[in-house]
Design a protein around this ligand. Structure first.
Ligand SMILES: C[S@@+](CC[C@H](N)C(=O)[O-])C[C@H]1O[C@@H](n2cnc3c(N)ncnc32)[C@H](O)[C@@H]1O
Length: 298
């Protein structure tokens, strides 16, 4: 089979599911990964033939893509902060806005005087926990999820770690039950919990709804802030007095989410926007941290 024919036919097969530029880009990613060719190879080398064994695998990939499976599950990985993370249907495919949460977390950890004990609640693939462990050697990360299959995948992400990098500790626990038994004095509490309302399903694409785990996505319409409340109360117990928390939130519930942390006693709460200017994170800390910062400034 000619590569140019494969690209044309596959992109045509996917336009029913994706806008045309996205369909083409998915096919490019597939060819780059499976064949090691550049995205423009089918144009500059119109006579390029796909080896028979590769053609068979590519056709089965396109069948899965045409059934709506996200390309990341078909390939078995997703990029996050420049690293390949293994993904499978037991974990959410990491989203670009979550990379920003890691950026904010690293800015905190790199500030002189801030400690390096981090808690990642609702870790899924472990993309937040591992990114921090790898980008900030010496940091001790504890990561929690309720799903054992997700934790198995998270634990398996990386081996042969660079010197000084400590693998996160992955624990199975229920955030909504307050993570019983979890103890610590964490400098930074992070979380990207489920926050999509059931009623928002109508706005979502079928490939997300039918293939990504509902457990990772949805909260009931009548209790949309249940994870914010649970995280606020867990942080009260396990976050150090000079610590900080950052939680990813539903963009339509910015002030309500910040209100949950304020009501839980955090004097400083701040809504952070993502790169599309959507309310995307709440940062919270206590007055003790405030007082310490003011005395350092003074
Ligand atoms: C939005 S995903 C986030 C995954 C990952 N942190 C990321 O940013 O890609 C939410 C995660 O919360 C986990 N989860 C759902 N309910 C939970 C609960 N009650 N306790 C702990 N984890 C839970 C899901 O299994 C899922 O992995």
């Amino acid at each position: 089979m000619l590569l140019s024919d494969f690209v044309k036919d596959s992109a045509a097969a996917l336009v029913e599911l994706y806008p045309s530029p996205e369909a083409r880009s998915i096919v490019s990613v597939l060819c780059e990964e499976r064949l090691g060719v550049k995205s423009y190879a089918h144009i500059v080398e119109p006579g390029l033939v796909i080896p028979e064994n590769e053609a068979e695998r590519l056709c089965s990939d396109v069948k899965r893509l045409s059934a709506g499976e996200p390309v990341q599950y078909v390939l078995g990985f997703s990029w996050f902060r420049g690293r390949k993370f293994k993904v499978n249907p037991s974990v959410l495919i990491p989203r670009p806005e979550t990379e920003q949460l890691v950026g904010e977390a690293l800015a905190f950890l790199r500030t002189p005087g801030h400690g390096g004990k981090v808690l990642d609640l609702c870790t899924g693939s472990g993309c937040i926990a591992w990114s921090i462990a790898l980008e900030m050697p010496g940091t001790a990360v504890t990561a929690v999820d309720i799903s054992e299959p997700a934790l198995d995948l998270a634990r398996s992400q990386f081996s042969d770690l660079p010197p000084g990098v400590v693998a996160p500790r992955f624990l199975c626990s229920d955030v909504l039950a307050g993570c019983p038994g979890l103890e610590g004095d964490f400098d930074l509490v992070l979380g990207n919990p489920p926050y999509v309302l059931e009623k928002e399903k109508a706005l979502m694409r079928a490939n997300v709804l039918e293939h990504e785990p509902g457990l990772a996505l949805f909260v009931p319409d009548d209790d949309p802030l249940r994870f914010c409340s649970a995280i606020a109360s867990i942080a009260r117990r396990v976050m150090s007095s000079s610590g900080e928390g950052i939680v990813e939130i539903n963009e339509t519930l910015g002030s309500e989410s910040a209100g949950v942390f304020r009501d839980a006693g955090y004097e400083k709460t701040e809504i952070l926007e993502d790169f599309l200017s959507r309310n995307r994170f709440v940062r919270f800390s206590s007055s003790l941290r405030h007082a310490r910062e003011s005395s350092l400034e003074g």
